[in-house]
Design a protein around this ligand. Structure first.
Ligand SMILES: C[S@@+](CC[C@H](N)C(=O)[O-])C[C@H]1O[C@@H](n2cnc3c(N)ncnc32)[C@H](O)[C@@H]1O
Length: 265
């Protein structure tokens, strides 16, 4: 372990500590750990939990306590966008997520004429790079600067050109009649959030398409989906049991997967 990290842990009083610490301390420790964490080169990956536990073990924290702290991080991160940003920085410094482009996206763009595409919550760019490689002019945004660094490094390695923007869903300027395709692949927008269909409808060019796939806690009936996605023709809608599709971000999740492809009429 790096000397800097050991010193930091000593400063935080964490060395040799096997007793439980509280949530604020856990988060402070995690944030400091992410700050000094080295990004892996493109193509390499290590489980984030393993990296965290290993560094804590080197500072004398028991495996059980390290595991407990990591589990708390998984809960605490959901408290704010800023915490999510820190969490995703760690994930992308560790090469997180699948490499293959989303199956639903591949099936949807087959036969479509390439145009301008937007990848919302793009992560390290598997879908953006795929689209660029088949002729799309792609912009992606993400709240995590380390996701964008990883996406640009992966694009360079693939000799693909993509534009990236650091933004959150609630700060990104979607614009008006800008996009032929908008992709949300497990991008942390929720199906039940009412604003997205209208924002996308305005942002899409006539005939533009939305590809939306995410794990979802709340199932929606076909009638509910049709009501939400007013102004679109629904090309594909599915609300599938866990395991029915390859949830390539979280294969062990027990949530159903929602899939939707909609075209602006
Ligand atoms: C599960 S990953 C999916 C990444 C990518 N779409 C893919 O399929 O590989 C979720 C991504 O959403 C991003 N994200 C989460 N909440 C966000 C928000 N409010 N605004 C922008 N990006 C967000 C995270 O930084 C992360 O890159």
């Amino acid at each position: 372990m790096k000397l800097g990290l050991v010193l930091l842990m000593i400063a935080l009083g964490l060395c040799g500590q096997t007793t439980q610490i509280g949530d604020p301390e856990i988060w402070t420790q995690f944030e400091s750990w992410v700050e000094q964490l080295k990004a892996l080169p493109p193509g390499e990956r290590l489980p984030m939990k393993g990296r965290f536990a290993k560094d804590l073990a080197a500072a004398g924290v028991s495996a059980a306590e390290a595991g407990r702290r990591y589990d708390r991080v998984e809960t605490l991160r959901r408290a704010s966008a800023e915490k999510e940003r820190v969490y995703w920085n760690a994930a992308f410094k560790s090469g997180g997520g699948p490499d293959a482009p989303l199956q639903l996206l591949q099936e949807t763009v087959r036969g479509m004429k390439p145009g301008r595409a937007l990848d919302a919550g793009m992560g390290r760019g598997r879908n953006a790079i795929f689209l660029a490689s088949i002729g799309w002019d792609v912009t992606g945004y993400d709240m995590s600067p380390d996701a964008l660094k990883a996406a640009q490094a992966a694009a360079e390695a693939a000799k693909a050109k993509i534009s990236t923007v650091e933004a959150r869903h609630d700060t990104f300027q979607f614009g008006e009649a800008q996009w032929d395709l908008i992709v949300c692949a497990y991008c942390y927008m929720r199906f039940e959030e009412e604003q997205w269909p209208a924002i996308f409808l305005k942002a899409l060019k006539p005939g533009g398409v939305v590809v939306f796939q995410t794990s979802t806690a709340k199932r929606a009936t076909a009638a509910e989906q049709a009501a939400r996605w007013r102004g679109y023709r629904l090309l594909r809608v599915a609300d599938l049991d866990p395991g029915m599709v390859d949830n390539d971000w979280a294969p062990s999740r027990t949530n159903p997967t929602g899939m939707l492809v909609a075209r602006k009429e």
